[in-house]
Design a protein. Structure first.
Length: 139
């Protein structure tokens, strides 16, 4: 899979800027979202600054339809969101070989303004969610 990301083709319009970076990776500011058909519903947030930094992400509503983190208005101000259609929301996932051990960080959603092409990871203070929420539950 590494080779795929090294030869990534994208245009300036595909780039999302994270002005504050992502917590722990503050120096990395420019990313593209990559979908690989074989890995649906996962996508990758791939840093394009020459590092090998990338995050597996997923739309949290796909596995937790009631996901509604307590995001404060001030946390969204710098994203300049004017209408709901501009919002893309993802959560970072840790994919394990055993699917039952794959988890998502629901306390740190990544919110992107798709029309302004800016994003940020927002840390929510919401004890309904954890940083290691199982993606799958045993029936």
């Amino acid at each position: 899979m590494g080779d795929f990301f090294e030869n990534l083709v994208y245009s300036k319009n595909d780039i999302f800027t994270f002005p504050a970076g992502i917590p722990g990776f503050e120096k990395n500011k420019e990313f593209v979202l990559v979908s690989l058909p074989d890995y649906t519903p996962f996508e990758w947030l791939v840093c394009i600054d020459g590092t090998r930094l990338r995050f597996a992400v997923i739309n949290p509503l796909l596995f937790n339809p009631n996901y509604s983190p307590d995001i404060k208005k001030e946390q969204l101000e710098d994203l300049e969101i004017k209408k709901a259609e501009d919002i893309l929301m993802y959560v970072i996932v840790t994919i394990s070989e055993n699917p039952l051990q794959s988890t998502a960080n629901l306390t740190g959603p990544i919110v992107i303004n798709r029309s302004k092409r800016i994003g940020k990871q927002i840390i929510v203070d919401d004890d309904r969610y954890s940083t290691q929420e199982p993606l799958l539950r045993k029936k």
